[in-house]
Design a protein around this ligand. Structure first.
Ligand code: URA
Length: 242
């Protein structure tokens, strides 16, 4: 591929406006093949050179990014001797190198990103660059009346672990007495929604992830199917990691 000016290359891949990326470059936050480059006019080849903005590689167009509407009954792993994995929802010819971004429990539904971009996967799941995750849950049992306040203050799990402040909104009640809630987490602990709800007296009967960072589950995507992310969605994901 042809060489491009660094500021133009960054701006056209969603790293910010031309002015913003110019500032980032001058501040030494952009590296080409590991060396800080402070010249916005410097030329590089996006296919040959490794260009990073604040440590996160600029997206090269070779990698694949998918949004999966995860069904129940499959595990968030690349392979397993006994259980069906989310990768088995992809044709064998497509699977090489793909991995789920983080984990959803076997019975959790909804948005799961799947990519062969290890750097983005790491950036999205790293506790240092945590992206928000929004869930819809159906809760049985008696959720305490001050559940929203307890979420906002940071729930203490039954094992004594303290969670970061989170959001809980009660959306309604089902005819059989279950409570519909929406939860936003700013971190990712094991079984976190279920454990937070359990600490408040409820039991999660059904859990679906609705969004992850800037990405929302496509309502047109049937359970168990996937689609490639659009260029715009990919850029917003990269921007969320910076
Ligand atoms: N919290 C849970 O309890 N389970 C999930 O799958 C995701 C978040």
């Amino acid at each position: 591929m042809a060489q491009e000016r660094l500021d133009k290359m960054l701006a056209s891949r969603g790293a910010g406006s031309r002015k913003e990326v110019g500032q980032l470059i001058r501040l030494g936050r952009v590296t080409i093949n590991g060396q800080a480059c402070r010249d916005p006019a410097k030329k590089a080849d996006p296919e040959q050179d490794v260009v990073c903005v604040m440590g996160v590689p600029l997206r090269t167009r070779k990698e694949r990014y998918f949004m999966l509407n995860k069904p129940a009954g499959v595990i968030s792993a690349t392979e397993d001797a006994t259980q069906k994995t989310v990768l088995e929802l992809f044709p064998a010819s497509e699977r090489t190198g793909l991995a789920p971004v983080g984990r959803l429990d076997k019975d959790t539904l909804g948005l799961l990103l799947v990519t062969d971009d290890g750097a983005l996967n790491h950036a999205l799941t790293s506790p240092r660059r945590h992206v928000d995750k929004r869930y819809a849950a159906l809760v049985s049992g008696s959720l305490c009346a001050d559940a929203a306040e307890r979420f906002a203050a940071g729930v203490e799990l039954r094992d004594g672990t303290r969670c970061l402040p989170a959001e809980l909104v009660v959306r309604g009640q089902t005819p059989d007495g279950w409570t519909e809630v929406e939860v936003v987490l700013h971190e990712g602990k094991y079984h976190q929604v279920k454990r937070m709800i359990a600490a408040l007296g409820g039991h999660v009967e059904r859990l679906e992830r609705l969004s992850m960072g800037p990405l929302t589950l496509d309502p047109a995507l049937e359970r168990g199917s996937y689609r490639a992310l659009t260029e715009e969605e990919i850029e917003t994901l990269f921007a969320a990691c910076r």
